[in-house]
Unconditional design. Sequence first.
Length: 246
Amino acid sequence: MSDQLETCSPINKWSDLMALGRHLFPPEIDLPVDEGTPSSNRLWFASPQKPPGNLWPNPDGKYLMMLPGNEYQDGRVIVMRGKAPGFPDTFNGSAIWEPARGFRSVDLRYWAMCNMNLTWPPSVVACATDLTTRLQDQEYTIVITDDRQRPDWLTPNVNWLPWGDVQYPKIVVLRNILSSADFPYAAKDAWAECPFDYTFPPDRNALDAVGPCSQRVMGEYYPVALWCDKATFLAGGFDACLRDAD
């Protein structure tokens, strides 16, 4: 015999909201964050074993995270490149099994690359999403700069994310939702094979240690990220930055 559960109130009580807030953002958490400085120009993405509640994890979504360092490096940019998985164009009314224009398959339901403030609680600065990201031959190039608006020296095919408030370190997150069983190059596959233990703030050494494994698992769908001199990027784009990487 099953128990009869009490009917949920249609109104959220303030006391319940306060309790949820304390659960997601414990007041005992130390707010200052020391993300450290990258040991080279190469920046690694990896998947956390257990994403924190304040990132709203769910069984259908998995993440890769990257730590760019405590501060924005003057005269430089962050450049990221990877192959975009196929997704359905549901925004324009397509069915979930129909790939968006330019793709031959639906590899996952949704993906996005977001720059976030690494503070408590974390907040999103800006995102490049599957719907809005410009591609060339199914590849994206995303550049992060400290400009207040998209700089005019970026070519139209390059996607831009702002660094945001300089008082906060950042964490860059790639999110995958509902990847196909026939697509073995998603964040969930890196998470299954080589996750890192998440703490707040994330441990750079733990994340960087499994970054190469994540790249091996995801292949060309892995986001390769670099700090690069602005002049180098302007002269030769992502490929020139990759050649200059340590």
